[in-house]
Ligand binder design. Structure first.
Ligand code: GRF
Length: 317
């Protein structure tokens, strides 16, 4: 199975980036690092990544007025490198909303506290001064608010008598290096798990007008209430070991055309004939906008005329 492609953003030392990179050398690691980018051409982490044969890019420090261009260029570099996930590893910049939106649900960060405690800077001093028994680190999904997205994993690190912010930071860093690659690996593989895939399909299918779900021959099946079916979710059906979505085709030769264009992804579903096509969801690089479009097109094939008319009117807005 293809490894998920990850771009890592750093500002300095890059020890978390190094931990991610070395973990990716394991044969069974489900991600690979395709780019390490920094907002400073002298970031020491860049040299390390370069020596390991990873593509790097060190942007000159942007002036305040160049912030938007800087993030546009960064976004472009990540996409050109083929990244489908971004890992922030000590990237010391406030991210503008459009950049965050472009990587929604695909960007993770590591933060040196047990979130939701101590967002922002100076986390170790704050934990010690509060008399906490533990500091620690957290990996979270990045959202528009600072250090605030859903927490994926945390490691508590005991605070010892006489600890200073530096001595605590040094131990937390060891924990960070362990935690980040594990959390990232779990995150990129969750999209290959059948239940996650089914939920994603279900969300898209049931958002269509008058859609409902039933079980048909053991397969979750989406249709128009009291009407025809427009989507089936298959998981190892007839022992084929495949996780896929079956949708109706929209033209007579479409099944053959799709299979010819991308034979790894599309297939002719057994017992469904020419009017349906299977789209594999277990390849690790599913384009969910495309799946949403295919479900919608399939829905249109079976929707009663009245409903189609309403959909057309809604589409105009
Ligand atoms: C780490 O403590 C990380 O939690 C925080 O910034 C620091 C980066 O260190 N976000 P490094 O550059 O990964 O060594």
């Amino acid at each position: 199975m293809a490894r998920a492609k990850v771009g890592v953003l750093i500002s300095g030392r890059g020890s978390n980036m190094a931990a991610l990179l070395y973990a990716a050398k394991a044969e069974r690691c489900p991600y690979e690092i395709v780019l390490v980018a920094a907002d400073n051409p002298d970031a020491p982490g860049l040299k390390l990544a370069e020596a390991e044969g990873i593509a790097t890019i060190g942007f000159p420090r942007p002036k305040a007025t160049e912030k938007a261009q800087f993030f546009d260029a960064l976004d472009l570099a990540l996409r050109r490198a083929g990244a489908s996930f971004v890992a922030l590893a000590g990237f010391m910049r406030i991210l503008p909303a459009p950049f965050v939106a472009g990587w929604e649900g695909r960007m993770l960060n590591i933060h040196p506290s047990l979130l939701p405690l101590y967002k922002g800077l100076d986390t170790h001093r704050r934990a010690i001064e509060a008399g906490d028994s533990h500091g620690g680190c957290s990996v979270h999904v990045v959202t528009a608010a600072l250090d605030d997205g859903p927490v994926l994993a945390r490691t508590p690190v005991a605070i010892q008598p006489g600890d200073t912010p530096d001595s605590l930071a040094a131990r937390v860093l060891i924990a960070e290096h362990q935690l980040y690659s594990r959390a990232l690996a779990d995150y990129v593989t969750r999209e290959r798990e059948p239940d996650w895939l089914l939920n994603r399909v279900r969300e898209l299918a049931l958002a269509l007008p008058q859609a409902d779900e039933i079980l048909s021959h053991g397969m979750p099946c989406f249709g128009i209430v009291k009407g025809k079916k427009f989507g089936y979710f298959t998981r190892g059906h007839h022992g084929d070991g495949i996780i896929a979505l079956l949708v109706k085709t929209t033209a007579p030769d479409e099944q053959a055309t799709l299979i010819e264009a991308d034979p790894d992804r599309y297939y002719r579903p057994a017992y469904f004939g020419d009017g349906w096509v299977g789209i594999r969801l277990d390849l690790g690089d599913t384009d969910w906008d495309h799946i949403a479009d295919r479900l919608r097109a399939s829905w249109r094939q079976v929707a009663p005329r009245k409903l189609l008319g309403l959909m057309d009117i809604a589409d105009q807005f």
